[in-house]
Ligand binder design. Sequence first.
Ligand SMILES: CC(C)(COP(=O)(O)OP(=O)(O)OC[C@H]1O[C@@H](n2cnc3c(N)ncnc32)[C@H](O)[C@@H]1OP(=O)(O)O)[C@@H](O)C(=O)NCCC(=O)NCCS
Length: 199
Amino acid sequence: MYVAKGSPQDAREIAKLYCAAFPESVELFFGTKPSDKLLNLLELTFLLVFYSGGEALLVKNEAGSIYGYCLYRSAREASANRSLRKMLTVLPKMASKTSLAEIGKLLHNQLIMATSTKRTKKSARPQAQIISIAICPTCQGQGVGTLLFRSVLNDLEPYSVGLNVRADNPAARRLYAKTGFQECGTTSDLSGKWIMLVK
Ligand SMILES: CC(C)(COP(=O)(O)OP(=O)(O)OC[C@H]1O[C@@H](n2cnc3c(N)ncnc32)[C@H](O)[C@@H]1OP(=O)(O)O)[C@@H](O)C(=O)NCCC(=O)NCCS
């Protein structure tokens, strides 16, 4: 296995991995959506992440199959990589594939998060943000996440990095603690409590 840079061409594989690694979130927000439609919507969502300046590192095997991804955004790259034209092609497609009930739930979620955020440490906003990380369920617990995440942190040097983790996610919390992240606040959404971390 090796770590490689991801690109918009990887958005569909990232979407598949997301579905496998976050079944509770998929069930909570898109429980009634047929899986092919869900994959199409998530593919567009990850395309939007790339087009809005996000970056990705992937864990691949020799055959090129993707076993893990980490999406992140840094102040340095975001404006250089952003393509407003591409974002504007993706957004209407996303809207047409999202039901009003799903939009309502996602907005409700954002509102809860915005109103429940409490910072315990007075620190400047991190210069980089981890958007999402996942390892395919059959490869979890074997050090793959550590390999990937250390590569991402290396890529983000010397920036301060922020992320949110679910309070009931021991594997992720251990990964972030051992790579030097510290708690700087809490927030909540429809799925429960989140810990805000910074390094
Ligand atoms: C979180 C995740 C990315 C970690 O990747 P991973 O490859 O499974 O993690 P690693 O094998 O590198 O282990 C990382 C650390 O967590 C520990 N760990 C792994 N599974 C654990 C568990 N179930 N409970 C407690 N600790 C656990 C490991 O022992 C290791 O710590 P150590 O080096 O001190 O022994 C992966 O489990 C995953 O994709 N989970 C589902 C998606 C997710 O939760 N993403 C994070 C969202 S914030």
